[in-house]
Design a protein around this ligand. Structure first.
Ligand SMILES: [Zn+2]
Length: 440
């Protein structure tokens, strides 16, 4: 008998350390995004958990072993539509916590634990993939049916978001907020411009994986992908902006990776894939076309980067004065011209202050916009309104004694249209200057 009790005690002692420390729930955060919602439980230690789903009504039930359940689970922030409420329920044993996520419709859950990374500690992350996400606001991409040439589509990618704050400045500014603010200002400028339209990879504070971002641009048939970030370093001194493009080595790797994914060929080839019935020649053709498209998009990215740098350096110090080639996860599109703009160092106290200043963010957005507009006015993509305008436009070399109003009269077009077509900020023209004269 005595020996048996000793054995039991021994087993208890061995098992005890696993359950020694009670875990604590420190808080709950909910990040809604258009297609999914992320629920995050902040915890004192790594969670031990199991889960299952129930329907009628739809719920996700999570059991956390050895966890106290005294933290309030009500959330003040916007929870989105998918999650109705998060609450406690009666646990299996008194030491555990059972959490119920009430859902408004069916959702596919993925649960995983995350180890501490600043500014967060241990977390249980619950990604809920919406079975029936609300339809996005209708965007008409193909305007050919309206007999109007299409807009140039610029995909704007606000770096980081949601659970991923990006870099954090010395006084606590989050990169994700700064990038979204600049992205929104840029979006407004582009949408205000006839012949251009913006799409956003994220529109609020939620997480999107770096690989998903260029995919969104591709789905929306973007002509250009611009990712906005703020730089950071371990020391406070580095400062200034820089512009990054896909490195040739990464581009070759990506091209190889894409070639292996045969299901992507038809997507990348567009209509050309349908006329190729021979699968063996398709691979070769896809490689050739992709190679050409990659050369074009890399040349575009590089030229555009130079335009952006020439604008940016007028309003901010530059960390690098030439485009930088990088192997970055968001710059993985060999087919879409893509650039990444680091608008400054958030780790530099002075630049952090500037980045928190709305007027400065406005200027940053303006310089990216001006550069992009100027670039596409010169080389508009085929089929766009700007391409057809350029084809019908005349040019005029300014002679001595000629003014804008005189030219406007002679060509029967408004002064404002000439200024717009040539990106002029004033009425002053130089002798010898070659002006584009718009047709209307
Ligand atoms: Zn970043």
């Amino acid at each position: 008998m005595v020996r048996n009790i000793g054995l039991i005690l021994c087993i208890l002692l061995v098992a005890y350390p696993l359950h020694a420390a009670q875990n604590d729930i420190d808080g709950l955060r909910i990040w809604p995004s258009p297609a999914s919602t992320r629920v995050v439980l902040d915890l004192d230690a790594a969670p031990e958990f199991t889960y299952f789903t129930l329907s009628n009504p739809h719920r996700l039930v999570i059991d956390l072993s050895n966890t106290r359940r005294d933290t309030d689970l009500s959330v003040a922030q916007d929870m989105g539509e998918l999650v109705k409420r998060v609450r406690y329920s009666t646990p299996k044993t008194n030491k555990d916590a059972r959490i119920v996520v009430e859902l408004s419709r069916k959702a596919d859950p993925t649960l995983f634990a995350m180890t501490p990374t600043a500014p967060y500690g241990h977390r249980l992350v619950i990604d809920l993939l919406d079975s029936n996400p609300p339809a996005p606001a209708p965007i008409v991409i193909d305007q050919s049916s309206n007999n109007r040439d299409r807009d140039i589509i610029i995909a704007i990618d606000a770096g980081h978001g949601g659970e991923d704050p990006g870099s954090i400045g010395p006084s606590g500014s989050y990169e994700k907020h700064i990038t979204l603010s600049i992205a929104k200002k840029l979006e407004a400028m582009i949408n205000n411009e006839r012949g251009m339209r913006a799409i956003m990879t994220r529109t609020a504070d939620y997480y999107i994986s770096p690989n998903r971002r260029p995919e969104i641009a591709r789905e929306k048939k973007a002509d250009l992908f611009i990712s906005v970030h703020a730089d950071a370093f371990t020391q406070p001194e580095p400062r200034g902006g820089s512009v990054w493009v896909l490195s040739m080595r990464r581009a070759d790797t990506e091209l190889g990776r894409w070639m292996e994914k045969t299901e992507r060929h038809s997507e990348l080839l567009g209509g050309a894939a349908e006329v190729i019935s021979d699968k063996s020649s398709e691979l070769y053709l896809a490689e050739t076309i992709l190679g050409l498209s990659m050369d074009h998009s890399m040349a575009t990215s590089f030229d555009l980067s130079n335009e952006v740098i020439s604008e940016l350096k007028q309003i901010t110090r530059m960390h690098k004065r030439t485009p930088q080639a990088a192997s970055l996860a968001v710059l993985t599109s060999p087919d879409i011209p893509s650039i990444l703009v680091e608008v400054g160092f958030i780790s530099n106290p002075e630049e952090e202050k500037n980045l928190n200043w709305s007027k400065h963010r406005e200027r940053l957005a303006q310089s990216i916009f001006t550069a992009t507009k100027r670039y596409f006015k010169q080389v508009p993509p085929d089929g766009t309104l700007w391409a057809s305008e350029r084809a019908t436009n005349r040019t005029h070399k300014v002679q001595s004694g000629e003014s804008l109003s005189l030219l406007a009269q002679r060509y029967n077009v408004a002064v404002s249209r000439i200024k717009e077509a040539n990106n002029l900020n004033s009425d002053v023209v130089r002798i010898g200057q070659v002006l584009t004269i718009p047709s209307t």
